[in-house]
Design a protein around this ligand. Structure first.
Ligand code: GAL
Length: 680
């Protein structure tokens, strides 16, 4: 069955909107680990589970790679071992998340049905021995995947220990096999209706690209292809992966406890599919947070969490994180003492209701024997265990205080997968990385306001006095209309460079940037320039430098203000406006045409926040201190994390009571974490 013709089953309606799960009687914060009982003799299980309890864990995730154990031969299921493993976990008081094992098809499947194997863009078919080697569009693969998911759901759907289900594991790589090509053609037909429309939207008169029928459109992800095709490739992978995950969810949902969540664990800024779309029909978001080089940049990592929170605008699960180090980068540096705890609390402060480590004990062989684990190969604790136990105990102790609270924010930031992809497809300046640009814009707003929500362009915005769209390159008329309504209603919309340039087929808007928002702004981009050296900018915020990208702006309405201009040696840019702003209705729209240095962006953020009367929770906090608030259920909790190696002064807001943590005498300990109860 094709991705695009699957009707998804709607996500559950949250009964406890302030929490990630609907089990009100369960601990509000889950802490635990990925446990692979299938790697170890059963006689060891009790010891492991006892040690996990002693470490303060209350949750285990099981089974997500155990297909060959659960279905050792086609249609022959063996769940007896898993029955016993789940029962053992339950005996020890654990909540259980079960993963469907479809990221790792067994050898019997791919040998008997090689058509289910993934084919890369060069035409090479994957083989057995790794994982994610299946084709996301294979109808046959989906039959097998559905069947194992359904068997699991039938057997464990109402098991009292199970709180949630994870479908597959980090989906993402596309396939270029013949079935994927056929699905692509079907997708395009559904999207455009007629081939004439596709030709028109992709402007295929250019280079004689004209197509006579959908079946002649090649499937490509890269290369010198039409930008319309390349963006639609991303739309296709989004629809296909979403359909793939929903295909399992659909058979599971009727068989499982209605309070149990269905999720899929995702990665970083994975560009394989639109994550907002993927999560529409899932209950919660969950993701895997790794700091590959072991050198955390807390602001950038906070943006990761905020993005994940944004998929559902609801608390999420941190399904995996490293107990020290990873094993998949050139130098797998371990986090410093204290940082594993810091990173776990950071997740919670940004809305995680669960922190699960990967993994308990590494297998004796296999691709990941060097990865950080809580136990060594001898079954004895690694040096990280006491820090993880301290974290787990702190979290369980804080669960009642944190229950039903969610991260607060006064600033919304718009992340658009279409815009990111469109810029990546035609960067124009190779160093203009849209994710880096997003994080560079997020940084000053997060640090200054101490809370940012990342949203999709289609979300409700009225709760946010300030909405920032760093590079809203792709915009539809409907989205422009909603943004205009937000501005007229009293919001301040700040658009960054490259905004309002393309439509959702990656074609240029006929009017210059910001396209359908040009009239609202009363201004436009007269020309854009890729920079290989910096250009000066002068404005009310002082002087700044622009790098990588600068747009010469031009007011088109008498009441549009020029708030900054380019200075020498700008050439084409000399004296041209770099920042426009206009009051419209009860609100304001501003357009910044350049990638400015961090200090200038901070001054701009401070200025906007002051105009909107948004004060930080803790004024003048040291840059190493991350300040966050979770509120809800009649509670407000301040979470402070010192990401630095030195103790730092901290004066909590008046009336704040220390609930737990490393704050004393007005000082946060190095790598310290503290929770304050702010009352109602
Ligand atoms: C994740 C994956 C896990 C494990 C981990 C190691 O991406 O989901 O199965 O491989 O990486 O860092």
């Amino acid at each position: 069955m094709l991705a695009t013709i699957i009707t998804p089953l709607a996500a559950q309606v949250p009964q406890h909107p302030g929490r990630a799960t609907n089990f009100a009687e369960r601990p509000a914060i889950a802490v635990g680990v990925a446990w692979y009982p299938e790697h170890w003799p059963e006689a060891r299980w009790d010891t492991d589970l006892k040690m996990m309890r002693a470490a303060g864990f209350n949750t285990v995730r099981l089974a997500e790679f155990a297909w060959s154990r659960m279905e050792p031969a086609e249609g022959r299921f063996d769940f007896a071992w898993l029955d016993r493993a789940i029962a053992a976990a339950q005996r020890h008081g654990f909540m259980v998340v079960l993963g469907t094992p479809t990221a790792a098809p067994p050898a019997w499947l791919t040998q008997a049905y090689p058509d289910t194997l993934r084919v890369d863009e060069n035409g090479t078919r994957a083989g057995h021995g790794g994982r994610r080697h299946f084709s996301f569009a294979s109808a046959r693969y989906r039959v097998f995947a559905r069947r194992i998911a359904q068997e699991m759901a039938k057997r464990y759907g109402h098991h009292a220990a199970i709180v949630g289900w994870q479908i597959d594991n980090e989906v993402g790589p596309p396939s270029f096999d013949p079935e994927s090509v056929a699905a692509w053609h079907k997708f395009l037909k559904q999207r455009y209706g007629t081939i004439e429309t596709l030709n028109e939207r992709w402007a295929t008169q250019y280079w004689s690209q004209h197509y006579d029928d959908f079946d002649s459109v090649p499937l490509h992800a890269t290369g010198q292809q039409n930008p319309g095709l390349l963006l639609d490739f991303k739309h296709f992978t989004s629809a296909t992966w979403t359909g793939y995950v929903q295909d399992q969810a659909r058979v599971m949902r009727p068989l499982i406890d209605s309070r149990a969540f269905i999720t899929t664990n995702t990665m970083f800024w994975n560009s394989g599919f639109d994550h907002f779309q993927m999560h529409r029909d899932l209950d919660i978001a969950s993701w895997d947070n790794y700091i590959p080089d072991g050198r955390p940049d807390w602001v950038a990592n906070g943006a990761n969490h905020d993005l994940v929170r944004g998929y559902k605008r609801r608390n999420f699960w941190l399904m995996e994180t490293q107990p020290g180090r990873v094993d998949w980068v050139p130098v797998n540096r371990a986090l410093d003492p204290g940082q594993v705890r810091e990173m776990a609390w950071q997740a919670v402060s940004h809305g995680a209701d669960a922190v699960l480590y990967w993994q308990w004990r590494s297998a004796m062989n296999g691709q990941e024997t060097f990865h950080g684990a809580i136990l060594g190969q001898d079954g004895q604790p690694n040096p990280i265990l006491p820090e993880i136990a301290q974290t787990a105990k702190g979290m369980t102790a804080a669960a009642t205080l944190l229950a039903d609270t969610q991260p607060t924010a006064k600033v919304g930031m718009l992340f658009s997968y279409d815009s990111r992809w469109a810029i990546d497809i035609q960067r124009h300046n190779k160093d203009f990385d849209p994710v880096k640009s997003f994080v560079a814009t997020y940084r000053p707003f997060r640090v200054a306001s101490q809370g940012v929500h990342i949203l999709s362009v289609d979300d409700a915005l009225s709760a946010y006095p300030i909405v920032v769209a760093p590079n809203l390159n792709v915009i539809t008329q409907a989205q422009a209309d909603r943004l205009a309504a937000y501005v007229r209603g009293g919001g301040h919309l700040l658009l960054g460079p490259r905004s309002g340039m393309k439509d959702d087929a990656n074609a240029l808007w006929p009017q210059r940037q910001p396209g359908p928002l040009g009239d609202l702004l009363g201004g436009r981009v007269s020309q854009f320039y890729a920079l290989d050296e910096t250009v000066g900018v002068k404005g009310g915020f002082g002087t700044a430098t622009a790098s990588l990208w600068a747009e010469a702006l031009e007011p088109t309405a008498p009441d549009t203000q020029v708030l900054a201009t380019y200075s020498e040696p700008g050439g084409w840019l000399d004296g041209k406006p770099a920042l426009l702003s206009r009051a419209v209705g009860k609100g304001r729209i501003s357009y910044l045409g350049a990638w400015l240095d961090d200090a200038a962006m901070r001054r701009i953020a401070d200025d906007l926040l002051a105009q909107a009367k948004i004060a930080p929770l803790v004024p003048s906090a040291h840059p190493d201190l991350e300040i966050s608030e979770r509120a809800g259920g009649g509670k407000r909790v301040l979470i402070v994390i010192n990401h630095g190696k030195e103790p730092r002064p901290l004066t909590p807001p008046s009336g704040a009571r220390l609930a737990q943590g490393d704050w004393a005498n007005g000082t946060m300990a190095a790598h310290g974490v503290a929770l304050f109860n702010l009352g109602k």
